[in-house]
Write a new protein. Structure first.
Length: 319
């Protein structure tokens, strides 16, 4: 049994202007000890999935499908069980973690909070565990007495990771954990994440718009477009879906100045979820679209070597 199994998950926000279908029928699984990366442009629904997994979405969000964590459906579990699951079975490092810490509470107290709330340690054991966690994320133990504004962005991100590790969860969801950091600090935090999940045998769902960051850490990658999964497969293989290829090519290669001068970015913007194009949602921007792509929807199909892709050209030898 997979540790996490999303089965036909949909998230729809109800706003005054109507329904916003942010996530549309996503199925994805993560095995114990596996790291899976979820990529896609801004607005593709990545954070909505992350928040749905721990039922952290606003009341305006309607959830459909199933999100099985260790066989239990998070979407239907009662609040008592959900509180027990949060932090201790699955925890989340939020997007924009720089603002995720309480500015008037010391770092040590913030890391201790989930341990005390879940009664996993006595106050004395908690302070030992906080020091242990700070060391694990590469911060000196005296930082427990610091306030968030006394730390750099990278150090604050390390604190968020320590909080996520505190209750020894089996799954960590990291939503853009390095996006706001400069390249050097980003590399350090990525190395830390890689090391911690391996040492602690934790599964990881890592979200980013940058496929190269995900490929660095994850065993498998999944790509979203307009709320749908358009491709999933091992991070070592080549992408098959035209959107995944364009997303991968949109980032300059470090050490190759030509790629920075001529980024092969994708023209146009992602569609408004309230006005999705018919057929394959990607067809207005797809460089290899066929006439039929504007009317015929495409489901994920086998694309070889453990990969699936939702493109009519996959398997036709032309993609
Ligand atoms: N509370 C909300 N109410 C209405 N619409 C929302 C809400 N939250 C998100 N959305 C919409 O749902 C879609 C998906 O948003 P989401 O934040 O999941 O995307 P994302 O892939 O995480 O984007 P980014 O890379 O910018 O973080 C977007 O169109 C967004 O405008
Ligand atoms: S189905 Fe058509 S429009 Fe969609 S990605 Fe494939 S070729 Fe492009
Ligand atoms: Mg997001």
């Amino acid at each position: 049994m997979a540790l996490l199994e999303l089965d036909d998950l949909s998230v729809t926000y109800r706003i005054a202007a109507g329904d916003v279908p942010a996530v549309r029928g996503v199925s994805l699984s993560i095995e114990a000890g596996e790291a899976v990366g979820l990529a896609g442009e801004s607005g593709s629904g990545k954070s909505s999935i992350a928040m749905a997994l721990l039922r952290l979405l606003p009341r305006s969000a309607r959830l459909e499908g199933r999100a099985l964590l260790n066989g239990e459906d998070v979407l239907t579990m009662n609040w008592g069980r959900l509180r027990a699951v949060r932090w201790s079975e699955a925890s989340i490092v939020f997007q924009g973690a720089q603002h995720g810490l309480n500015p008037v509470q010391r770092i040590g107290d913030q890391i201790a909070e989930p341990l005390l709330v879940h009664r996993l340690a006595s106050p004395a054991e908690t302070s030992v565990r906080v020091r242990e966690l700070l060391e694990q994320v590469g911060l000196p133990t005296w930082r427990a007495r610091s306030y968030p504004h006394e730390l750099s962005g990278g150090q604050r991100q390390r604190v968020m990771i320590a909080m996520a590790l505190a209750c020894s969860p089996r799954l960590i969801i990291a939503d853009e954990p390095t996006t706001a950091l400069d390249l050097m600090v980003q590399a350090q935090v990525l190395t830390l994440i890689r090391q911690l999940i391996a040492e602690n045998d934790i599964s990881l769902l890592m979200i980013s718009h940058d496929l190269s960051v995900l490929a660095d850490v994850c065993d498998r990658l999944a790509v979203m477009y307009a709320g749908r999964l358009v491709e999933a497969g091992p991070s070592a293989g080549d992408f098959q879906h035209p959107y995944s290829k364009a997303l991968a090519a949109a980032f300059p290669t470090v050490g190759d100045p030509r790629s920075r001068l001529a980024p092969r970015g994708l023209a146009g913007d992602p569609p408004d979820p309230q006005q999705l194009p018919g057929g394959c949602s990607f067809h207005p921007r797809c460089p290899v679209a066929l006439e039929s792509c504007s009317t015929a929807a495409v489901e994920l199909r086998p694309a070889g070597q453990g990969r699936t892709a939702a493109c009519v050209l996959v398997g036709a030898g032309t993609c």
